[in-house]
Design a protein around this ligand. Structure first.
Ligand code: GUN
Length: 292
């Protein structure tokens, strides 16, 4: 029976710490951190995520606001808004929720946000700092994963971590974080992806597996070494008539078979998901503190 790594509990503990820091900041006469999220269009998932981010801001005492646009917004109009927010000293963090409508170039938008305000950590400057092991803003999901590992005292140094997925948002940055020197680092990392041959050969050797491919139930018990730590980043909506919403969230890991062999596992929901928002709050607080 694996230990369930309770992301909700870790997130709540960290949120309490952030709340405390914000109240001290305000008591010392400083403005609370302010995060702005831009949402373009009406994608259901994006609306839910952005609303959850705004709610979390208010829970810890941040100012949080959402700017909503119709999907007809032009790239130029969005760039103008970003430029305006970049100049606004009252705003510490800016995120543009992805995906964007097809006519807007996501790379162009991501690179238009000032690196100091890029609390998603998607800007090339922040990705570059990460790659060089320098201090910068690390994207929320990978940072949240390392926070879970740290909270449960899971040793990464000298361990073999196998990452499944090479996305810029999760796979690539978590592979760098785990191999960088420092706490929750110093691992030997293998990055697997859609072109990897004989994936099980690698996963069966892993002390730590991070599954971030967006394929529900992809990692099964027979692919996992006895005692491995398994981190499930998947959040695919699958139809489920028994749920009020008509769907449920499904991870990349087949929980039932994997928890029998793993020593620790993150559930979906309630594992990595809650940590992602807390890591975003952490980044916004960091951006605010850099201005003091
Ligand atoms: N879409 C899915 N995940 C994310 C995220 O972490 N940040 C932004 N901006 N968009 C997303």
């Amino acid at each position: 029976m694996a230990l369930i790594l309770n992301g909700k509990e870790v997130a709540d503990t960290l949120k309490q710490k952030i709340t405390q820091e914000v109240s001290e900041m305000v008591a010392n006469g400083h403005r609370a951190p302010h995060l702005v999220a831009i949402l373009v269009g009406n994608d259901g998932g994006s609306q839910t995520y952005v609303a959850a981010k705004e709610k979390a801001c208010h829970e810890v005492g941040f100012s949080g606001s959402v700017i909503r646009y119709e999907s007809t917004l032009t790239e130029e109009e969005l760039l103008e808004k970003i430029a305006e927010i970049n100049q606004n000293p009252e705003i510490d963090g800016l995120i543009v929720q992805l995906p964007l409508p097809k006519h807007i170039n996501e790379t162009k938008i991501t690179q238009a946000i000032l690196p100091e305000k890029d609390v998603d950590g998607f800007h090339d400057v922040n990705m570059g700092q990460l790659a060089k092991g320098n201090d910068g803003i690390v994207s929320a999901t990978p940072l949240g994963i390392t926070m879970i590992l740290a909270h449960y005292g899971i040793e990464t140094s000298g361990k073999h971590a196998v990452i499944i997925g090479r996305s810029n948002i999760v796979g690539r940055p978590i592979s760098i974080l785990l191999s960088n020197p420092g706490k929750t680092g110093n691992a030997t990392v293998t990055v697997c992806h859609s072109r990897t041959e004989n994936l099980s050969f690698y996963t069966k050797q892993a002390d730590i597996i991070v599954a971030a491919i967006g394929k529900p139930g992809f990692v099964t018990g027979d692919m996992v070494k006895e005692g491995a730590v398994v981190i499930d980043v998947g959040t695919t909506r699958v139809d489920d008539a028994s749920k009020k919403a008509g769907w449920r969230l499904c991870g990349d890991v087949d929980f039932e078979s994997v928890e029998k062999v793993a020593s620790a596992i993150t559930p979906v929901p309630g594992g990595v998901g809650p940590m992602t928002i807390t890591a975003l709050l952490n980044n916004t607080l960091k951006a605010r503190k850099a201005q003091l």
